[in-house]
Ligand binder design. Structure first.
Ligand code: GDP
Ligand code: IMO
Ligand code: MG
Length: 422
């Protein structure tokens, strides 16, 4: 029996999961997404081309890898169709290599509208959602009235769609949202027909059979641990379980079948959308990070908030996820900083100094306590694991000691090849 390795973000998303899944995929027979949906934007770069995937697993460019969209995912057929169409020119065998769980929940056009309505109603307190309908779809799933991918094969699908959209229309009317349902419905039904052309499976059986046969499986997380529905800075979170346990429920694999847990983090921090961000830099240095890191959302194009690395929150993520290996991304973005700061502790409003994330993380006025280190301050082009600049080695060593998990990979650029294994 083999194991499922899990790769997930330890911060607020956009750590570089897409790049690393693509790098690791040749080692895996199967890559499977287990939660989230088109709120994700996973970037892969090779041969001078940049690809952004939203719902399709990041193993899709590797010929021998099976890609599975698991039951824990929320799937928008319209976005799915447009993603597949964008991939057409690369001649990938998506009909053979891509499998979709019948138990994944469908995002309807009305879910997207509800997302807009709820955000608007929140006013200043809005979550900063990607407005892809994620929250309202998971609400319907948990409320036991959602529609699932497998339902599209049933004769009563249209009837069930009508029933659910009627419920949505009532709420949308209360919010005064105007829309043209005839157009949206026809676009949706067209995409549903398209979806029927793919391999719709009971992915929990397929994955467990693969495990029995000794196949290697990589579970690809979306978002990050600090956006998790239970452990993130609630309510400024997404609506799914972004943590390792989510891979079990989102794929139907037992906890005892989890192997390595790759925790991926940026050498600094970013966040897009609202919510607490203790080390955020609202100054020239933050601006420089955004520029050097090209920190603009892969899904929405919004500028990402930037700041120094935050060890209390990383320690929390590592604990919740049982991380066995750390992967440090975007080290090159710090090349231009002569001094690098590391937040080791938080000072709370009552004077307490702690390296734990407080319950009142949203309300608390957290003051980060920093350790300063000398930056390497040169380009990382051409460096290998054996001759990394001393200051970068010091940075890595300090993080490993504090976090108590080895950093086994350092990424120095967006391309597949800009990856140093330690
Ligand atoms: P994901 O959502 O975790 O897959 O990450 P995103 O794709 O949303 O954001 C990561 C961004 O950083 C993308 O534009 C990547 O191409 C880019 N990237 C990934 N690794 C590196 C790196 O090591 N250095 C630099 N400069 N960019 C990177
Ligand atoms: P990947 O997989 C970064 C953020 C949104 C918002 C909050 C809720 O690319 O790392 P939602 O649309 O889920 O209702 O938004 O979560 N968010 C992400 N931030 N990367 C993502 O995905 C994100 N997916 C959602 O900005 O603050
Ligand atoms: Mg992203």
């Amino acid at each position: 029996m083999s194991k499922v390795d899990v790769l997930l973000g330890l911060q607020w998303g956009d750590e570089g999961k897409g790049k690393i899944v693509d790098v690791l995929a040749p080692k895996y027979d199967v890559v499977a997404r287990f939660q989230g949906g088109p709120n994700a934007g996973h970037t892969l770069e090779f041969d001078g081309i940049k690809h952004v995937l939203h719902q399709i697993p990041s193993g899709i460019f590797r010929e021998k890898t099976k890609n599975i969209i698991g039951n824990g995912v929320v799937l928008d057929p319209i976005i799915f169709k447009s993603e597949i169409e964008k991939l057409k020119k690369y001649n990938l065998n998506v009909h053979a290599n891509l499998f979709i769980s019948k138990k994944a929940t469908l995002i309807l056009p009305t879910h997207r509208l509800l997302d807009q309505a709820y955000e608007k109603a929140k006013g200043e307190n809005k979550i900063g959602s990607t407005l892809k309908g994620i929250g309202p779809t998971y609400q319907d799933k948990i409320g036991r009235q959602g529609l699932r991918v497998g339902d599209i094969l049933s004769d009563s699908f249209k009837e069930r769609l009508d029933k659910l959209t009627q419920i949505h229309f009532k709420i949308l009317k209360e919010h005064g949202l105007e829309f043209n349902w005839t157009e949206l419905e026809s676009q949706f039904l067209d995409a549903v027909e398209f979806l029927k052309g793919f391999r719709l499976i009971e992915s929990e059986y397929v994955l467990n059979q693969e495990l029995k046969a000794g196949s290697t499986i990589l579970a690809e997380g979306a978002q990050g641990a600090l956006l998790d529905i239970d452990f993130g800075s609630y309510p400024f979170v997404t609506s799914s379980s972004t943590v390792t346990a989510g891979a079990c429920t989102g794929l139907g694999v037992a906890p005892s079948h989890i192997g390595e847990v790759y925790g991926i983090f940026k050498a600094y921090s970013t966040r897009v959308g609202s919510g607490p961000f203790p080390t955020e830099l609202n100054d020239d240095q933050g601006e420089l990070m955004r520029k050097e890191g090209n920190e603009f959302g892969s899904t929405t194009g919004r500028p990402r908030r930037c700041g120094w690395i935050d060890l209390p929150s990383l320690k929390y993520s590592i604990m919740i996820n049982g991380v066995t290996q750390l992967l440090m991304m975007k080290a090159d973005v710090l090349n231009v900083f002569p001094i690098i700061k590391i937040c080791t502790h938080y000072k709370l409003s009552d004077g307490t100094v702690t390296d734990m994330v407080p319950y009142e993380v949203v309300k608390e006025k957290i003051i980060p306590i920093y350790k300063e280190m000398k930056g390497w301050n040169i380009s990382l082009k051409g460096f290998t694991k054996d001759n990394l600049p001393a200051a970068l080695n010091e940075y890595i060593k300090f993080l490993e000691t504090e976090l108590n998990v080895p950093i086994t990979l350092v990424s120095t650029g967006p391309d597949r090849t800009q990856t140093i294994l330690r």
